[in-house]
Design a protein around this ligand. Structure first.
Ligand code: GTP
Length: 296
């Protein structure tokens, strides 16, 4: 059998389990997982090495109707990803009726010629009658080359999914060495890990007006230690206080949790300094989005 390789885009409404599936496929923690919608802003790639194939998986931000300039940018970036991919994995949940969010995504999917595999995730949360209804509805649209029910958390049907994806990949080389699982710059991954912790610690207090930039990252060889300075940007002065918390307690907690994950990622000790900065209305300002790395 000839070796196959290519790019696989993962799309779906916020919170359907795209990051969970990607982590399951890749087997390393490269995408951010959180129970809150829209936690993924960057196209994080994971590389899946199989006996007969190499898949480069691109985790796209949750597609949704654009509500701000950042939203516009996210949709455009997702569309470009779809057009360039060899196959699209479209994730949904086993619901009785296709909702407006999924209809909107399907309108976008219709615009591409890329083969689409419908992945019905979270089957551990539904019975077979519900699953059948869901399957039928999507099947009737005629948009999908294959439909695979899975559970990303339990790992059910993952092998079948991998074999199905392989069927749509072209013959090709190893694009990446077999022992690599991501080509994301470490700085970006560090920033995303910190943002994940900010979201976890703030719960509902500040919705999505938070961005993180790794400003400085220096490896000290003599100490086998990396020094990191990162800035957490929020939209309002009042938010800054919330993030820092009483006596700086919240920020300390965020820093401690993030440092642990970054140490796991880098494989050695980390010294982490966090700053909270206010940039009013950053989500609607082109120049700030550019500074933050969300625009090219
Ligand atoms: N029961 C069940 N829960 C799941 C499954 N897959 C994901 N989840 C949960 O669904 C929630 C959202 O998962 P994510 O992987 O963060 O979702 P996402 O689509 O990447 O979300 P965004 O990045 O916000 O677009 C998390 O609480 C997961 O634990 C599954 O197969 N079964």
């Amino acid at each position: 059998m000839a070796f196959k390789s290519g790019f696989v885009a993962v799309v779906g409404r916020p919170n359907v389990g795209k990051s969970t599936l990607m982590n399951r496929l890749v087997g390393e923690k490269v995408a951010i997982m959180s129970p809150k919608p829209q936690t993924t802003r960057h196209n994080i790639r994971g590389i899946i090495n199989n006996e007969n194939s190499q898949m480069i998986v691109i985790d796209t931000p949750g597609l949704h109707k654009p509500a701000s300039k950042l939203g516009d940018y996210m949709v455009q970036s997702a569309l470009n990803t779809l057009q360039d991919a060899d196959a699209i994995l479209y994730l949904v949940e086993p619901e009785k009726r296709i909702g407006p969010g999924d209809r909107y995504i399907m309108e976008l999917l219709e615009k591409t010629e890329t083969p689409i595999i419908l992945v019905i995730n979270k089957i551990d949360m539904s019975n077979s009658a519900e699953l059948e209804i869901c399957f039928q509805q999507y099947d009737e649209t005629g948009l999908f080359q294959s439909i695979i029910p899975i559970s990303a958390t339990l790992g059910e049907n993952i092998n079948q999914l991998i074999r199905t994806i392989e069927a749509y990949l072209p013959e090709g080389p190893h694009y990446f060495p077999e022992d690599e699982y991501t080509d994301q710059p470490e700085r970006t991954m560090v920033a995303e890990l910190i943002r994940e912790k900010v979201l976890q610690y703030l719960e509902q207090e500040i919705p999505h007006g938070v961005a993180v930039i790794t400003e400085k990252m220096t490896y000290r060889e003599e100490k086998n230690l990396t020094e990191i300075q990162a800035a957490i940007f929020c939209e309002k002065k009042s938010h800054k206080g919330i993030i820092i918390g009483k006596n700086g307690r919240k920020l300390k907690g965020i820093g401690k949790a993030a440092r642990k994950d970054i140490e796991d990622l880098l494989g050695h000790q980390v010294h982490l300094e966090l700053w909270v900065k206010v940039k009013e209305g950053w989500r609607d300002q082109d120049n700030i989005l550019k500074d933050l790395g969300y625009k090219e």
